[in-house]
Design a protein around this ligand. Sequence first.
Ligand SMILES: Nc1ncnc2c1ncn2[C@@H]1O[C@H](COP(=O)(O)OP(=O)(O)OP(=O)(O)O)[C@@H](O)[C@H]1O
Length: 304
Amino acid sequence: MIEAVGLTKRYGKTLAVNNLSFSVPAGEVTGFLGPNGAGKSTTMRMILGLDNPTSGQVRIGGKLYHELKHPLRSVGALLDAKWVHPNRSARAHLMWMAKSNKIPARRVDEVLETVGLSAVANKRAGGFSLGMSQRLGIAAALLGDPEVLLFDEPVNGLDPEGILWIRKFMHRLADEGRTVFVSSHLLSEMALTASQLIVIGKGQLISQSSTEEFVARASENTVKVRSPQLPQLRQALAGASASIVDEPSALIVSGLDSAKIGELAANNGLVLHELSPQTGSLEQAFMQITGDSVEYHTGLENVA
Ligand SMILES: Nc1ncnc2c1ncn2[C@@H]1O[C@H](COP(=O)(O)OP(=O)(O)OP(=O)(O)O)[C@@H](O)[C@H]1O
């Protein structure tokens, strides 16, 4: 179990992580979702003691990272799969890690077997495909047989077979009772992998809920409304408990369908210039929920 309380990290003027509190339960895959630059990697680095919080704390099984007697036996992580000496074999890389962490050498062959790399154990890691490098990174994370596992964007750049393998493997680790915490910027991917979701934007918590609940909310259809009387319409909608997102000359409404919005406008004597139901992909809906929390707009968000 991982527990963050008021976790905050400031880099100069940038508030990368802002008063973040959440808990990641054991026995499940929990997704850590947020647009690029939301603060996911920074949070993971703080969990792993690679970065110090400006304020707040994060505990693994009740302990701060530096209080862990044998860190690799408590928490394993895959942060950057290419972090391997290219001329070392997969086995030599893991042997070196095992030795420096007082982990018995026999564990190296066990984890190579677990991730399906036994046949290439003596090959140069530098020649590995991205999928194989990811497996090697996961083998390294598993060396100490830790209760808690962290994966930062593990499926980035993988082919469908590699993605499926990672997804199944995470489920297996959770079924063994471990805490599995995995970051991604894609809701569609997390919807298939995680049973719990912690969603952040601009370093702040947007929601923590079951994936089912979040996807239901994200897939909720919205309605775009334009009116020359936007402030009055806004007020009427708010009174009807609709959720409203402001656009420059329109409102994006959820919680009420277009028929209800049309009736509400008529009952209040308001003119409508547009009343159009919007259905989009899960990713678009996710972008809408994270709203202006996206740090860098590329203009390509809706392409994928
Ligand atoms: N070492 C650092 N020095 C200065 N700013 C940093 C540093 N690390 C991260 N940041 C800034 O903190 C913010 C959060 O970055 P972070 O990498 O944690 O986000 P992320 O959600 O992991 O995004 P991505 O998926 O793009 O990596 C960004 O504005 C980033 O530029």
